[in-house]
Ligand binder design. Sequence first.
Ligand code: GDP
Length: 195
Amino acid sequence: CQEVVLVGRSNVGKSTLMRELTGHSKFTTGKKPGVTRQPNHFDWSGEKFMFTDLPGFGFMSGVEEHRREEIKTDIVRYLESNADDILAGVLVVDGKSVVDIIDRHSGPDEIPHDVEMFHFLRELGVPVVVAVNKMDKVDDKDERLDELCDRLGLMPPWKQWSDVIAPICAKRGSIDPLYESLQTYFHEQKRDDLL
Ligand code: GDP
């Protein structure tokens, strides 16, 4: 069974997006960050794969430092041992704050969590789609997405990276760019299956 993993900091809208993707309305959002220890598996009707919602990494308010490290270690272990079966990784970020957060945490001995996760997944050979959520709160969309590309080491303009950068608004259900990006990997997979 092919798998798509969702990763991202707490409060970026991961649960909201997951609900949109899976069409299940029973999942509650705004749950206490960092409490989901086990990956959650869901089936997506019509397709033979599942979405795995990994717990939020990085800053989690009210969660102790050592617990945060444990959660991060869990995520890394999970990804390392399942990389071969993972069709794509969706890195969910908050379009409104992601560039500021990355810049605030960039330094000689600090790599921002989002940038680290982006490169980590790619090193594992997992294609990454960055779901840039909350675009409804972003005024200068092109400029913001270009900045994000720059921080991820992708040469702007962002439109050149439309299968990597997917601007969305999960709350309003506007997630077509994410579907389109993911489709490219589903099709590649189907083609691989035929060969
Ligand atoms: P999680 O911690 O990453 O699972 O985040 P949640 O799904 O619980 O969402 C955190 C907050 O962001 C909630 O208040 C959501 O309503 C809000 N949110 C989610 N998606 C969007 C969006 O596309 N736009 C805006 N403005 N808010 C959103």
